[in-house]
Design a protein around this ligand. Sequence first.
Ligand SMILES: *[C@@H]1O[C@H](CO)[C@@H](O)[C@H](O)[C@H]1NC(C)=O
Ligand SMILES: *[C@@H]1O[C@H](CO)[C@@H](O)[C@H](O)[C@H]1NC(C)=O
Ligand SMILES: *[C@@H]1O[C@H](CO)[C@@H](O)[C@H](O)[C@H]1NC(C)=O
Length: 520
Amino acid sequence: MKGNEEAIALFLVCLFSIAAAAAAIDRNKFPADFLFGTSTSAYQIEGGYLEGNKSLSNWDLFTRIPGKIVDGSNGDVADDHYHRYIEDVELMHYLGVNSYRFSISWSRILPRGRFGQINQNGIKFYSNLIDALLDKGIKPFVTLNHYDIPQELEDQYGGWLNPQIQNDFGYFAEVCFEAFGEKVTYWSTLNAPNLVIKMGYMKGEYAPGRCSLPYVSCPSGNSRTEPYLAAHNVILSHATAVDIYRKKYQRKHGGFIGIIMAANWREPFTDTPMDRSAASRALAFEVPWFLDPIIYGDYPPEMLQILGSRLPIFSIEDKQKLQTKLDFIGVNHYTSLYAEDCLFSQCDSQSTLEGYGFAYTTGEKDGRFIGDNTGVNNFYVVPSGLEKMILYIMKRYNNITMFITENGFGQDGSSNPSNEIRKELLNDRKRVEFHTAYLSSLLEAMRKGADVRGYFIWTLMDNFEWSNGYSKRFGLYHVNFSSQERTPKLSAKWYKEFLQSSAELCTKADGDVKPKLVAQ
Ligand SMILES: *[C@@H]1O[C@H](CO)[C@@H](O)[C@H](O)[C@H]1NC(C)=O
Ligand SMILES: *[C@@H]1O[C@H](CO)[C@@H](O)[C@H](O)[C@H]1NC(C)=O
Ligand SMILES: *[C@@H]1O[C@H](CO)[C@@H](O)[C@H](O)[C@H]1NC(C)=O
């Protein structure tokens, strides 16, 4: 950025800091040891899809199926983070975050799952990344699995559909604890399995792309049964990994282990008992679906009532395994939607609402949206939804520790925008407003007693957004996907400013702003 442009951008940041101060959010309102970071995931940023003896993941194959990714793209190169991780750690150092949430590519570490060797190139890559982070005072917050699994596991036994994956996941987890555990305090077993299971086995929109009518037509799958089988194996895979961590590593390494859930809020469409019950069913079919078994040993009553024997049963042995529970819940929160009753009321396409607790969700009521729209369909800006979601988890799970592991604002932007569009994308005032408002909502939940210990912005830099390809941009940094150049957006400067809480810099914002931004 040219000096002039930078001064203007900084001036804008200062205006927003003042607005932020007015809304009473600054870094000092949060505990000193609160984690503030950015989030990413392996497949979305790494690229290097066949380098260092990595094998193909199920996403490497899924992205090749015509029509699955809106712009026909894939993660072969993505942000080329595999080669640029040093530069990317610098970007975070510039922001001043004290933590970084990333995931490990299973197929880089164990190209053939349990059926082959540990790939030392993969171990080396993540060791180097972790060392580079620690060197800058940034704590690694590691997710073992964020969607991508070795394709070999799909081919050999059907991936999450087969109980065998519990042992495979346990093995993978143990290899990671052994290799990185001394340097990692925060482990998450899985990222948003509730989303990946619905998208992968009910709607066919994520790998492995299985589904059936009346939901959606796919070459294979069963939308009415497979999601529940796959989820069952995910839950027990989580328990297997936690069991290994508790028995062999936790005392030695002094770390914590949890799971991350997609946790968007559901607001009753009308303030009636029927819609209130629909909203609570909709939530139960998302978050307690996984957390009730992990924390209380069985599926939520809201699901048992509707699905009955279609939900797999936890054996005595399984329940034993589930005793290990977890240390924290990671909350990925983007938006809120209305939920409308379709259990007692007649609705369109009712049969496909079973998997959502017979709740119809919509962002619109009487011609008005639930919040301002963003660049992503059905993602509206509803800051109070974060507080409600946190308090819901706090109450249902006895004040368990939480981290906000993802919260972010998506912009609509092609992989190769014109100069003019690029300028707009860089001047992401709405993203700054989004985070300011959501952080206030988070503070409110904490004032009400919620034990939240960290907040991670999705995401560090624009990347491969799954079925949206490169068409949606959530980054604090803009990425030119041809040159791989990273450019800080206004929001990157705002985050840096917020983390410094350098009030002196901005209170003097009378046009004579002395940028103290570190040169890139
Ligand atoms: C990958 O594995 C093969 C053996 O299968 C080995 O010859 C080769 O050197 C490895 N590549 C790297 C980059 O380690
Ligand atoms: C939840 O736990 C935290 C930390 O232990 C505590 O400070 C807070 O008061 C608790 N909140 C409630 C509602 O019990
Ligand atoms: C992105 O990078 C390409 C390749 O270096 C370059 O030609 C193009 O001008 C860049 N786009 C923008 C908007 O800077």
